[in-house]
Design a protein around this ligand. Structure first.
Ligand code: FES
Length: 318
């Protein structure tokens, strides 16, 4: 993954809202003057900054060769933290919102001999972009989409011409899509991508446990682990020479903010990557859902919003 520069914020106009499925709208953001937007690759997401100060991460679902717009799909979740409700109810065509440049932690391996895309519900959004990219490149792939009801099978127009294999739970007695057979049947060397609700991702990771890690790709909407609030260590900031004590009950990000140290952050739960920071010394207690096991073991970067320290001191490139 490497350390990524903090994303700049763009002021984009909401050009269109489109009904895509039951409770699901797509939001089409464009530059106010029609200028091209920073490029992105399939699997990328942006942070949308909402009028109440919240920032939420949404995958881009339009083709990566489009430079005139970013399209995100949002399912209204009345039990969620309020971001989707706000977008569905309070944001209108013509409004200007701040949107980050795209980041990609769910990149497509375009040269794979075969790809299997597994989407659950609104987890179809990055897969729309990935499936269209693979189709445009003429690469072999399968797209499986599991939904509870047929009315939730969003993005019919964007996926026109693509063989989406739908699994509708309520038409199978409520049974979820069986992932293990799909993994077992795939040709050797297949890359597998999964995006959906936590139970589906957990089942996918179990089914994929025997596969080489580089062939298994997961995108989470919510944290897989609790943030580390154990504290009781010191963070040394190599650039400024300052030391910050992280107390029990605090995350590193919270301790840094208390001392007036500004680190870019968005999701604050280890899923967006905006707080990624280089580690110069010490051993982090990784709690994010982004870094691979190999990246975690290297201890060269960490997400300071949720990860802690295994020892009494960490030295960060801040
Ligand atoms: Fe999103 Fe830390 S703020 S990973």
């Amino acid at each position: 993954m490497g350390t990524q520069a903090p994303s700049a914020l763009l002021e984009l106009r909401l050009h269109a809202i489109r009904y895509e499925g039951e409770g699901i709208h797509s939001f089409d953001f464009r530059d106010r003057g029609g200028a091209p937007l920073p490029a992105f690759t399939a699997g990328a997401h942006v942070d949308v900054h909402l009028p109440n100060g919240m920032a939420r991460q949404y995958s881009l679902c339009n083709p990566q060769d489009e430079r005139h717009r970013y399209v995100v799909g949002v399912k209204r979740d009345d039990a969620g933290r309020g971001g989707s409700r706000l977008l569905h109810e309070k944001v209108h065509v013509g409004d200007v919102l701040r949107v980050s440049e795209p980041r990609n932690h769910f990149g497509l391996v375009e040269g794979a001999p075969h790809s299997v895309l597994l989407a659950g519900g609104i987890g179809i959004t990055p897969m729309v972009c990935m499936a269209r990219r693979l189709a445009a490149l003429g690469r072999p792939f399968e797209l499986h989409h599991a939904v509870r009801r047929r009315s939730e099978a969003a993005f019919a127009q964007a996926l026109a011409g693509i063989d989406r294999r739908l699994h509708v739970d309520e038409e199978h007695g409520g049974r979820p899509l069986a992932l293990a057979p799909l993994l077992a049947q795939a040709p050797a060397g297949t890359h597998f991508y999964c995006c959906g609700p936590a139970p589906m991702l957990d089942a996918f990771e179990d089914a994929a446990a025997g596969l080489p890690a580089q062939q298994v790709h997961v995108e989470r909407f919510s944290a897989a682990h609790e943030a580390d609030h154990s504290g009781g260590f010191v963070v040394r900031l190599a650039r400024s020479g300052a030391s910050v004590e992280v107390r029990p009950g605090q995350t590193i990000l919270e301790a840094l903010r208390t001392c007036g140290v500004d680190v870019p952050a968005s999701c604050e739960q280890g899923i967006c990557g905006s707080c990624e920071t280089r580690v110069l010394d010490g051993t982090p207690e990784h709690r994010d859902s982004l870094l691979s096991d190999e990246e975690k073991a290297s201890n060269s970067v960490m997400m300071v919003c949720c990860s802690g320290s295994r020892g009494p001191q960490l030295v960060l490139d801040l």
